[in-house]
Design a protein around this ligand. Structure first.
Ligand code: ZN
Length: 340
């Protein structure tokens, strides 16, 4: 199918499950009720995407409080009880982060329950996301490995373990979220891609990487305002991504200052084109969505274009996110009629 539609990852959680409109919401259920509530919300997320005409659906990340920590809570060797303050994303902002104090290992499956639940309830292709190794390594403090790259590779091995299991659960697309890729541009060709390759080693399902400029918090907005009229950070990492074994690259396009001509540097990759802005409540029209796809077609072969959101939608109002998903599905359909 031409221009299939998918989402970058997260969707807003129902207010009975977690506090709405927060990047770091508190759960509103406990124990077995929470476990069941996560699965119920996963089913709602899948249904909402199906009804909106999304072709490759996700679990909406209903089971995670945060896109990095949702994975880390399943990792042994991390001390969450004594967090330390650390400058992250090259000191763009400070965060209280957990500390790696011993050899890392998985306690068990991280996303089995929601992946299997979603798989059992949809016939569509299913995508599950995981944080990327470079982004994880930039979100925890290290007092064990003594070397950021060594620690990132250890995380990559754990991600690979979970990714292989997700593939066995029937997941069609596994995406790694690497917002750190446009912060440490020099390190992406150096070891970032190598860490991703370790994370996807042996996978036969479709693999993807999501990169972005970040949303939601003031430090990100200030940083983006300081980047000038053209955001060219990707120019330094796209050639390395094009050479990589990852099949798809997801990035923001609509209302972004990334020059679309940079997309031609992703030769050979499927491009998940962000056609839905997650930083504004203004709901796109199908015509706007189709227009962005039309512009991207100048730089990416049309059979390689997937319509997607710019980033996760977790902190948005639920009704607005739903309207935006409808615009995404309808816009991809319109683009098929116009450009196929
Ligand atoms: Zn993003």
């Amino acid at each position: 199918m031409m221009f299939p539609a998918t989402v970058a990852g997260s969707l807003p959680k129902p207010s009975w499950l977690a506090e709405p409109n927060r990047l770091w919401p508190q759960w509103r259920l406990q124990g077995d009720d929470l476990a069941q509530g996560k699965l119920d919300a996963t089913l709602l997320a899948v249904k909402m995407q199906e009804d909106a005409g999304i072709d490759i659906v996700g679990d909406g990340e209903m089971s995670r409080q945060h896109f990095v920590h949702g994975f880390l809570e399943f990792v042994d060797g991390i001390d969450f009880a004594h967090k330390v303050e650390m400058g992250i994303r090259a000191d763009r902002y400070k965060a209280m982060v957990p500390v790696v104090r011993g050899a890392l290992s998985l306690k068990g499956r991280a996303h089995q329950a929601e992946a299997r639940h979603a798989r059992a309830h949809t016939q569509r292709k299913l995508k599950i996301t995981l944080p990327g190794p470079m982004t994880i390594a930039d979100t925890v403090a290290d007092s064990h490995y003594g070397d950021k790259v060594k620690m990132a590779m250890a995380f990559a091995d754990l991600l690979n373990q979970e990714a292989r299991a997700l593939q066995a659960d029937g997941v069609d697309v596994i995406q790694f979220d690497e917002p750190a890729f446009n912060v440490f541009m020099d390190e992406v060709p150096g070891w970032g891609i190598e860490a991703l390759h370790r994370a996807i080693d042996g996978l036969k399902c479709t693999t993807a990487v999501h990169i972005c400029y970040g949303y939601g918090i003031q430090a990100n907005i200030d940083w983006k305002n300081a980047l000038g009229s053209e955001w060219r950070q990707y120019e330094q990492i796209f050639p390395a991504l094009a050479q990589s074994r990852v099949k798809q690259v997801s990035l923001e396009c609509i209302n972004s200052r990334v020059p679309l001509k940079l997309l031609s540097l992703l030769d050979g990759k499927d491009v998940l084109v962000g056609v839905i802005d997650v930083a504004t409540d203004a709901v796109e029209t199908p015509e706007q969505v189709a227009q962005v796809i039309g512009e991207v077609m100048k730089f990416v072969p049309k059979q390689r274009i997937v319509a997607c959101t710019n980033c996760g939608m977790a902190p948005m109002r639920r009704d607005i996110a739903e309207a935006k998903l409808m615009a995404l599905g309808a816009g991809a359909k319109l683009a098929r009629e116009k450009f196929a």
